[in-house]
Design a protein around this ligand. Structure first.
Ligand SMILES: O=c1ccn([C@H]2C[C@H](O)[C@@H](COP(=O)(O)O)O2)c(=O)[nH]1
Ligand SMILES: [Zn+2]
Length: 160
């Protein structure tokens, strides 16, 4: 009888790859973000990526930044973490102590939302806004609210 495969990917890697797959759906030409929420039993609860509100066609949306707030994408886009929380159709109680896997360290608004959703740990890939005010506030929110956060790095993985 053949033995079982042993070189399977870890839960961390699995959920982060799901978050990456979600980010691939993003129409933002500069920054694509994906989020995957897993519960304490390693079940995926929800997934999201940064995109426009459902009433705005993301194919026709002007995806730039502008001095005019009405034409700046930042004022319209729903962040990946927010979409992951909002996409969940079950009870928010299910997220208590769960983990969110994000391809980019959350902004301060998402940090507050993740705390309120009951997320216990943030696992992230990229931190390209490290050191900015929003990034420092987000870390402060997590620190004050007892939410752990850690960065992971993915290795190349082919199916064998
Ligand atoms: O917590 C976050 C922070 C940002 N995003 C999204 C929102 C925007 O679509 C991009 C950021 O655009 P920049 O041009 O890099 O400022 O990332 C998110 O989903 N979650
Ligand atoms: Zn955000």
């Amino acid at each position: 009888m053949p033995g079982k495969r042993s070189n399977v990917i870890s839960w961390d890697e699995f959920f982060m790859r799901v978050a990456i797959a979600a980010a691939l759906r993003s129409k933002d030409p500069k920054t694509q973000v994906g989020a995957c929420i897993a519960d304490t039993n390693n079940r995926i609860l929800s997934v999201g990526y940064n995109g426009t509100p459902s009433g705005i066609n993301d194919d026709e949306f002007p995806w730039g930044t502008s001095d005019d707030p009405l034409f700046d994408k930042h004022n319209y886009v729903i962040h990946a973490e927010a979409n992951a929380i909002l996409n969940y159709r079950g009870s928010l109680k299910d997220m208590q102590g769960g983990r969110v896997y994000v391809t980019l360290f959350p902004c301060q608004e998402c940090a507050k939302m993740l705390v309120q959703a009951g997320i216990g740990e943030v696992v992230y890939l990229d931190d390209k806004y490290e050191g900015t005010t929003g990034n420092l506030v987000a870390r402060s929110v997590f620190d004050r609210c007892g939410v752990d956060y850690r960065q992971i790095h993915l290795r190349e993985q082919a199916l064998e």
